[in-house]
Design a binder for this molecule. Sequence first.
Ligand code: FAD
Length: 280
Amino acid sequence: MAADSPIPVSIEFFPPKTPEGVDKLRMVRHALYALQPEFCSVTFGAGGSTQEGTFNTVRDILAEGVSAASHLSCIGATRDGVRGQLATLKTMGVKRLVALRGDLPSGYGAGGEFQYASDLVAFIRAETGDDFHIEVAAYPEIHPQAKSPESDLKAFAAKAQAGANSAITQYFYNSDAYFRFVEDADALGVQVPVVPGIMPITSSTQLMRFSDACGAEIPRWIRLRLQGYGDDSASIKAFGLDVVTDLCEQLRAGGAPALHFYSMNQSAATLEICQRLGLI
Ligand code: FAD
């Protein structure tokens, strides 16, 4: 693929907790709409903790004339509860979901009527037919709770078999892990597009904290370089832009179907990376 060929982009936000956060996110979205995203998605706190904020943000995006995807997590949820959420989302005009298991904070018993995301995907299909395009999560570096890489790949295949249309990966900084995952999934007969999730690097401590929690590996050379910059946030940002733009270029050249940006409700890094990729 040509170095500067267009590639579709989608962007993820989380629901703001304060009125100021809502206003700030509106400005961030307007800046990011310069990328003409295929869709914008909004995360959903496990256990339904952010349902109102998620749905309100999704409503705002739709009102701005942009396609919006609501994340939906099933851990601790009941069938009746999810049925109600699907009805609300349908009434709102949502056409795309990101169906997840979710992680309950420690101290919460799992409970609920769904065990895995594949159960949620099957339920959404049974209840709503083809009303929604369903995205699911994929883990090129293996989900932290997986029994083995093979069982994790099978769990991914189960989500596709249950009716998922496409997948978004956990973020990673090693493109080989992504390409190997796509090949392995293909060998298992899984045909759904797997879109790499891209996490811009803007802060060293934030990245380390997230990555420890979600099992994303920060390669040693990146970790050491970031540590070496200490509090020098300008150098961290400049290095992060170079690293993540290179990663996106490798993914595009290797045939990734799209790029999904974890914006962290910020616009600058995603815009700069896309500018360097020639996508604006
Ligand atoms: P699953 O696919 O159910 O997998 C969970 C674990 O169970 C894996 O280890 C898998 O190997 C194993 N497993 C699955 N099926 C089986 C089976 N049949 N037998 C044995 N083992 C099995 N979290 C949120 O709370 N809200 C969000 O909005 C959110 N958005 C996300 C978006 C993306 C793109 C990604 C990549 C993650 C997101 N997450 C979100 C995090 C996600 O909820 C966690 O990673 C969670 O731990 C797993 O969710 P899952 O849907 O991948 O679960």
